[in-house]
Design a protein around this ligand. Structure first.
Ligand SMILES: N[C@@H](CCC(=O)N[C@@H](CS)C(=O)NCC(=O)O)C(=O)O
Length: 230
């Protein structure tokens, strides 16, 4: 169910999980994970056009004023990677994380940290370059954005190499994990780049495999996303 609530605190202690989201934002990865694990959940729209993510009520849930937040019972969780991990940990039957204390799990941690602190961080610089220069410096902002785009290109090279060495179909190989919705979401964000993620041969095929997943299709429909999807 989708809902817009005026008082985000009212999501606390609900019996279903509540994901605070905005279409195509960082909430998309946990949204896909929720669909994959099949547990019922509610979506709460945080209307960015009205700056609701900076409202006093929302800041009580996430003092960073960023989307997403997951409210699960009396637990309030922010940070996309933490939310995805929590969802997978509480649904071990989904198999969306490799077995604890194995080399596969260590590799999985490496990629999850890299996605959140390297690729996602660079994408955020790309989308908000004006935050990295003085006010009224559009030339500086353009330079920051161009540097971010070029950095992101080298990071996409790394994803391409990983798909080659894991031999797919998913980032770690045979096992579909929470890394895959995360990679899909971040790659989508490059769809307006001069060289978008879909232009890398293996990455392009991988994104099509992700698009074909029923859980991903449901998220695209619910969030009302339009072409180009990747
Ligand atoms: N590290 C955070 C980043 C979240 C983030 O940057 N979310 C964006 C939407 S994609 C946001 O809320 N931006 C609003 C802003 O920067 O003011 C996470 O992964 O949860």
């Amino acid at each position: 169910m989708r809902k817009t609530i005026e008082d985000p605190q009212s999501a606390l202690n609900m019996t279903t999980k509540n994901l605070f989201y905005y279409p195509s934002n960082a909430s998309m990865a946990p949204h896909i994970v929720l669909e994959e694990i099949g547990e019922s959940f509610d979506l709460v729209l945080v209307d960015r056009t009205l700056d609701k993510h900076k409202s006093a009520d929302y800041l009580q849930l996430n003092p960073n004023g960023l989307i997403p937040v997951l409210v699960d019972g009396d637990m309030v969780l922010y940070e996309t990677a933490a939310i995805c991990l929590h969802l997978a940990d509480t649904h071990p039957e989904s198999g969306m994380v490799p077995t604890l204390a194995t080399p596969g799990r260590a590799e999985f941690y490496k990629w999850l940290m890299w996605l959140t602190n390297t690729l996602q961080a660079a994408l955020i610089v790309y989308f908000y370059p004006e935050r990295w220069v003085d006010a009224d410096n559009p030339l500086g902002a353009n330079q920051v954005q161009a540097h971010a785009e070029s950095k992101i290109s080298t990071l996409l090279d790394q994803l391409e190499s990983q798909l080659q060495s894991s031999d797919g179909p998913w980032l770690l190989g045979e096992q579909y994990t929470i890394l895959d919705p995360y990679v899909f979401m971040l790659c989508r964000w490059t769809r307006g780049f001069t060289k978008p993620a879909r232009a890398w041969p293996l990455l392009g095929q991988y994104l099509q495999r992700m698009l074909a997943r029923p859980a991903v299709q449901r998220v695209i429909e619910t969030e009302g996303l339009e072409a180009p999807l990747v």
